[in-house]
Design a protein around this ligand. Structure first.
Ligand code: NDP
Length: 471
């Protein structure tokens, strides 16, 4: 993989004011695959100044021109798709086939879709004697995590650009390469100076410098609750708008009349996607007590079909976790689950067959009580908790007994019954009876899963402010 020794801002590759670099490590081989600069607050300051200058002209550009830039960016990124997928398979451990489709092709498509969304957006309306105008917020500071590195960046920058905002991005230290591929693509198409600016580095230094910078008007963050709290407080100090996409502990409620042969495998697949490193994963499967043991057996059978292996092997469904830290955190949670009395039904440790790589066996706990740590805290690994319930009301109460409220699922014998339960869940998304992910639907959290929405046409609204002109 290519290493980068410069940040990208003001339409050019810029040397870092710091001398340190960050090693990008392959989660499968544990070897270094590339390096990127460890930026400083001074780099951020230059990048924000460039974004501010860029905003003056970008915000005034016609909608059609901005839409065309998005389409050009998507096309330039498409030519790099294989390299990006390869980088993400190394960085995150995502199986290459899944990485290609979900981690790369999907976000590239989303860039193009934002062109359509902004062309169709209603940017002003009459209300009484007022003209209400939507205007871009300004310079947006974006801070992103490592689990779906390109996707998380695109969820922010594509609607921001569409709305007329410029961006300063700090990608995750563990998976920064997508941001550099994007910068290369932006440079190649000649995206106007200052529209897209990347400074790599740590959250503590570069991330905080972006969030605290007085010339950043809005912060869009995806990551942990802990970092989200800190970011909200720093941004709050500057009275900045924030959009926070935080963690989840989503529940999948299986009602007693659901077709278990479809529902249980779907629940397992959802929980395990990207080896459980997915914020919206259904990590709690809530099943009728009298069918609990049957559900556990079916879940184990499905799990056995998800081959654990090298992300570059075409038979692999689940790769290693992204880092040694992530692996150790997940293993600690598994130990806690055992100590707190959950019944280990599958997995539960490090798979012996891999000499290298941050692998964890996909794991199922049965007879989990929702008050246990493994049912309350986000593990961010391949660990499913199966929780029994006695009545529908109890199932809803268990699902809602979580600090988070990001996603969830319900499967019932009829749409009516599933919908009834779905409406009672305090969560930003619910898929019923196998409903598929919809790229038009807003995505985001209730409760401690965040503030604001991403994805689809409504995501652009986050990057506007409203002006009322009376006449
Ligand atoms: P972190 O919160 O640790 O990091 C996310 C990003 O924030 C990284 O770029 C990180 O930098 C940076 N950061 C950390 N602290 C600060 C700070 N004080 N100021 C500014 N930036 C900071 O999360 P992870 O990267 O570990 O990602 C996993 C978490 O993200 C999980 O909790 C998961 O649920 C959540 N997530 C939520 C999603 C959603 O849409 N709701 C989607 C994906 C993940 P550095 O690179 O140095 O760590």
């Amino acid at each position: 993989m290519t290493s980068y020794d410069k940040h990208y801002y003001d339409g050019a590759w810029q040397p870092s004011t710091g001398s340190e670099t960050i090693a990008v490590i392959s989660s499968a081989t544990e070897l270094e695959i590339a390096r990127v600069p460890r930026g400083t607050a001074a780099d951020v300051d230059q990048a924000v100044k460039a974004a501010r200058r860029g905003f003056e002209s970008w915000s005034r550009l016609g909608v059609e021109e901005r839409a065309q830039w998005l389409e050009k960016l998507a096309a330039a990124l498409k030519t790099r798709a294989p390299q990006i997928a390869e980088a993400i398979a190394h960085e995150v451990g995502t199986a290459l086939g899944y990485a290609t489709k979900v981690q790369v092709e999907f976000p590239i498509m989303m860039i193009g879709m934002n062109a359509k969304f902004i062309r169709e957006a209603k940017l002003q309306e009459e209300l009484g004697n007022s003209l209400i105008i939507k205007e871009p917020v300004g310079v947006v500071g974006c801070v992103t995590p490592w689990n779906y590195p390109l996707h998380q960046i695109v969820c922010k920058i594509a609607p921001a650009f569409a709305a007329g905002c410029t961006v300063v991005l700090k990608p995750a230290e563990m998976a920064p390469l997508s941001a550099f591929f994007l910068a290369e693509a932006a440079h190649e198409i000649g995206l106007p100076r200052g529209v897209f600016n990347v400074v790599s580095g740590s959250g503590r230094v570069v991330g905080e410098a972006i969030v605290a910078h007085p010339d950043v008007d809005m912060v869009s963050f995806t990551g942990s609750l802990q970092a989200g709290r800190r970011i909200a407080s720093v941004a709050g100090d500057g009275i900045k708008k924030v959009c926070l996409e935080l963690g989840g502990k989503s529940a999948f409620v299986v009602l007693d009349d659901a077709p278990f042969d479809k529902a249980i495998p779907a629940g397992v697949n959802n929980c395990m996607q990207n080896s459980g490193q997915t914020c919206s994963a259904w990590t709690r499967m809530i099943v009728p007590r009298r069918r609990h043991d049957e559900a556990v057996e079916m879940a184990k059978a499905q799990l056995a079909k998800l081959t654990l292996g090298d992300p570059f092997d075409k038979n692999t469904r689940l790769g290693p976790l992204a880092s040694a830290t992530q692996r150790d955190t997940v293993l600690d949670y598994i130990e806690t689950g055992k100590k707190e009395g959950a019944k280990l039904a599958a997995g539960g440790g490090r798979p012996p067959q891999f000499a290298k790589g941050y692998y964890v066996e996909p794991t199922i706990f049965a007879n989990v009580d929702n008050t246990m740590t493994i049912a309350q805290e986000e593990i961010f690994g391949p660990v499913l908790s199966i929780i029994p319930y006695d009545t529908d009301a109890a199932a809803v109460a268990i699902a809602n007994d979580s600090p988070y409220g990001l996603a969830g699922g319900v499967w019932a014998g009829s749409e009516e019954r599933a919908l009834d339960v779905a409406k009672q869940l305090r969560t930003g998304q619910v898929d019923i009876n196998g409903g598929r992910f919809n790229v038009l639907a807003p995505f985001g959290g209730y409760k401690k899963s965040g503030i604001g929405r991403e994805i689809g046409p409504l995501a652009i609204e986050e990057f506007f402010q409203l002006k009322s002109i009376q006449r």
